[in-house]
Design a protein around this ligand. Sequence first.
Ligand code: NAD
Length: 705
Amino acid sequence: MTEPVVSLARHGDMAVLTIANPPVNALSKAVVAGLAEAVLAFEADRSFAGLLVHCTGRTFVAGGDIGSFDDPAFSAAPYNRTLARIEAQDRPVVATLHGTVLGGGLELALACHARVALPGTQFGLPEVKLGLLPGSLGTQRLPRAVGVRQALDMISTGRSLDAEAARDAGIVDAVRAGDPLAVGLAYLGELQARGEGVRRLSAQPVPDEGLPADFFAQALQAAAQRKPFHPAARSIVLAVQAAATRPFADGEATEARLFEQLRVSPESQALRHLFFAERQAARIPGLPRDTALRPVRRVGILGAGTMGGGIAMNFANVGLPVTLVEASAEALARGLGIIRRNYEASAAKGRMTSAQVDERMALLHGTLDDTALADCDLVIEAVFEDMALKQQVCARLGAVCRPGAIIATNTSTLDVDVLAEATGRPADVVGLHFFSPANVMRLLEVVRGARTAPDVLATAMQLARTIRKVAVVSGVCYGFIGNRMAEVYMREAEFLLMEGASPSQVDGAVEALGMAMGPCRMLDMAGIDVGARTVIEYGKAGGLPPDDSYRAMVRRLYELGRFGQKTGAGYYRYQGRTPVDDPEVARIAAELAAAHGIARRTDIGAPEIVERLLYPLINEGVRILEEGIAYRPGDIDIVWTAGYGFPDHLGGPMWWADALGLATVADRLTFYGRTRGDRFGYWRVAPLLSELVRSGRRLSDGLPG
Ligand code: NAD
C-alpha cells in the first residue's frame, strides 16, 4: 500500500499533520483533499491540545500545481476553505517551515496561528512571475502580518526573504535550528505552556504605517509604468488595497475575482507557457535522462575578448577554476582587467564582497601557453569569428586536449560540423553559443553537431544548469535558432528604412508591442561592425540571396565607420547614450533606395512595421521546426524571450503566432509578397505553416509527424 500524501498522527497530546508529496510537496489535488480530511479529523478529536503542520523531505509546500490553472474548472475555493478552517480552530495551530515556502505553501503557513522556521528557509509569493496574484488569501493575510509596503513589495516582485528577514518582517515568529518536526513540536509545546497560540491573521487589522492618502493611487501608477504589459501588476495593488481598506471577507472576494481574471488572461497563459517551455527545453528527444555525464572540474577558454571574458566569469561564479589562454600578453592583461573591473563594479553595488572578488579572480588562470589546456575537462574557443582561424584553433585543441575532454565553440554563425571535423574528434565537439554580455544573459544555445556524442550533449545541458543559464538545443544551420530568425527581422527593418521609415519609427512600433529594444537600437548596441561583417562573410560563403539591396544599410554604415553606440553613431546618432534619428541616416537610406530602385513612401504605419518585422520571423521559426533545427515551438519561444527581449507576455513568437491565428500570419505574408514583390522568396509561406493552416491546427497542438 502506498503512503497517503497527507496524514494525521499523535505525538503525546499534539496532532501532527504531515504532507509527504515529493519532490517539493506541491499542492496536488490529492494534497488539497488530504489536507481537508486531516483538518476535519483534528477538529473532531478534542483530545488533541494543538496541531502542527509539517512536511517531510527537503521543503515545506513549495507551491501550487501550475498545470491545474489551465483546467477550465480550476477553483481555489476548496483549498481556501480548508485554510479558513485551519485558521478557525480554537486550539493552536503551528506551521514548522523549512526549504522554500512559496506561493500556496506560504499561504498555508499564514493560515496557521504561528510559524517557526529553520535557518535557511526561503519565503515568497512568486505568482506574479506567472502573471497571477496569490489566490489563497496571500494578498489579504500577508499585509496583516507584515504591513502594506512590505507585502506589496513581496507580491509585486515575487522576491523571496530568508528566515531572518521573514522573522524581522513578521512572517515567522521564531527561527530555530534542528529537525522541522522536533522544532515544531517544541514550539507548539511552548505556546501551550504559556497558554498562547490561537491568533488569526484574518481577525487582525493591517498595521498602521501612516501611509499617505494617495499611496494606492501612486502604487497603481507605478505598476502601470513598470509593467505596462502585465495586468497582474495592477491587480496586485488593488488586492492589497482591499486588504488595507476593506473587511477581510470583502478582500477575499476581491482577491478571488482578480485572480480569476488573471488566470484566464492571455498574459498569464503566455507566462505559464514559458514556464513549462523552459523545463521542456532541458529534455532532449532520444537522450535517456540517465545518460552518464562527463565530469567537468576545470574549464579552459581560448580568447579572453568580449565573449571569452564573460564566459569565464560564469564558471568562476560557481567556483569552477578556469584556464584562460590568449594570443598576446596585452590581450590577456586587457581581458583579465575587464573581468576584475566587472567584479569590482558588482562589489561597489554591494552584490559581493571584495574578498569574493579576490576569490573569483584567483580561480582564473591566465596564460599564453595553450598546452595548459591539457588538464581541462571542457575547452571553449572564443577567438575571432574567422573560419580559417577557428579551423586552425580547433585542430590544435583536438591535439592538446586530453582524450574525453569536451571541445566547444562559441561561434555565432560558422558551421559547427566543419569545426568539429577540424578537431579530428567530432564526437567530443558541441557548440556553446553564449549571448553578450555572457555573464549576464540567461540564454545559451547548445548546438548539436551531426556527430556530437550523446553524453557530450547531456553534459553541456547539465553545465548550463550549473551556471544558471537556460539552454536550448539547436541543430547546425546559419545563425542557429536565434540569429537565423533575427536575420529576416533585420532584413525587413532595413527595407523599411530604405522605403522611408525612420529608425525610431521602426523601433517604436515593436517596442510598443513590448520588445525590450527595437532592431536598430539592438544592432547599434551589438555593433554595426559585428553585424556587417557577419553579413559580408555570409555573402562570401554563398549564403545570401542574389539581391544587392539585401542589408545594404548595415554595409554602408560599416563603410562609413558608423559602428553604433561605441562610435556615437550607427542607425542613430547618440547624445550620450540616448539615440536620436539622424538626418544623415535618412539621406543614406534615400540614396540606397534610389540606387536599388526601392520606392519611397510616406504611409508606413506601425501595424505594417510590426507585421513586416515579426511575421517573416515567425515564418522562419516554422522553417526551423520543419527542418528539425529546433525540437519544439517552445524552444524557439525561450530563445527569443530569454535572448532577444521578445515580450514574455506574448509568450514568444511561436506562442504569439497561435494567438494571432496562423491563417492570419500566412495571409499577411502572402499579401506582402504580392504588394512588395517576391523575387527572392522573402515572403514565401513555409510549407509547414501552410499545412497547419490547411489542417486548422496550431503550433501548440504539436507538430505533424
Ligand atoms: P573579441 O574580438 O572580443 O575577442 C576575441 C579574442 O580572441 C581576442 O581577445 C583575441 O586576442 C583572441 N584570440 C584570437 N586568436 C587567438 C588564438 N589563436 N589564441 C588565443 N586567443 C586568440 O571577439 P568576441 O566578440 O569575444 O567574439 C568571440 C567569438 O564569440 C566569435 O566567434 C563570435 O562570433 C562569438 N560571439 C560573439 C558575440 C558578441 O556579441 N560579441 C555573441 C555570441 C558569440
